[in-house]
Design a protein around this ligand. Structure first.
Ligand SMILES: Cc1cc2nc3c(=O)[nH]c(=O)nc-3n(C[C@H](O)[C@H](O)[C@H](O)COP(=O)(O)O)c2cc1C
Length: 188
């Protein structure tokens, strides 16, 4: 099944062509952070823009089962001409809500930012993929992240004409409950 056009904005593209995004696309993309919601407007995010250390970053990736083996890495990300590393600043996140802010809210806030960046990228003609499977310690060393800053996600961006098939998804009846929790439709 082909992906609906209005859903295609957030499909994950892992093959990019050789076109390089123009310099001015970056501020246009990143300005979406200003309108991204976060708990109490804490905006716990930090973003590292990566154009150079792409091969080194690929070396930090793990496979989908979080295995750390040279032959299993997501080396395709080195082909993405533009990569964003989305981090959270746990100190800033804790200032308002303490541990729950640093541990839970910041994770949610950064996920919203990642999603908004991907939507904005689509509007700017870029396609992208969200990656989480990487070795946080290696990433910390590679980019010199201080102890209170943690890498949460990678967005690989670029141009692509790739046509994707829709991935398997749950039917609405498998996860939607009307008014109260119900096991009526689904299994356990
Ligand atoms: C939090 C998160 C982490 C993800 N990490 C990865 C990743 O490390 N590598 C990858 O290729 N895709 C990653 N994805 C994309 C998912 O694989 C994708 O959304 C989903 O499985 C649909 O599969 P498809 O992209 O093959 O259609 C991630 C998505 C999310 C939301």
């Amino acid at each position: 099944m082909k992906i609906d056009k209005h859903l295609a904005a957030v499909e994950n593209v892992r093959r990019f062509d050789t076109r390089i995004p123009e310099e001015q696309i970056l501020p246009a993309l990143l300005e979406v952070a200003a309108v991204t919601p976060s708990a109490a407007n804490v905006q716990p995010w930090e973003v590292i823009v990566i154009r150079e250390k792409r091969v080194e970053l690929a070396e930090c990736t793990l496979d989908p089962l979080m295995r750390d083996e040279a032959g299993l890495r997501q080396s395709w990300i080195a082909q993405a001409p533009l990569i964003l590393l989305i981090c959270i600043d746990r100190k800033r996140a804790a200032a308002r809500y303490g541990a729950v802010g640093a541990d839970r809210f910041a994770v949610q806030d950064s996920a919203v930012l990642i999603h908004n960046l991907r939507l904005k990228a689509d509007e700017l003609g870029l396609r992208s993929c969200w990656l989480r499977e990487f070795d946080g310690n290696k990433v910390r060393t590679l980019f010199g992240l201080p102890a209170h800053v943690e890498a949460m996600g990678i967005i690989a961006l670029g141009y692509s004409e790739e046509a994707l098939e829709a991935h398997p998804s749950l039917a609405l009846m498998d996860f939607v409950h009307i008014e109260q929790w119900s096991r009526y439709y689904g299994c356990d």
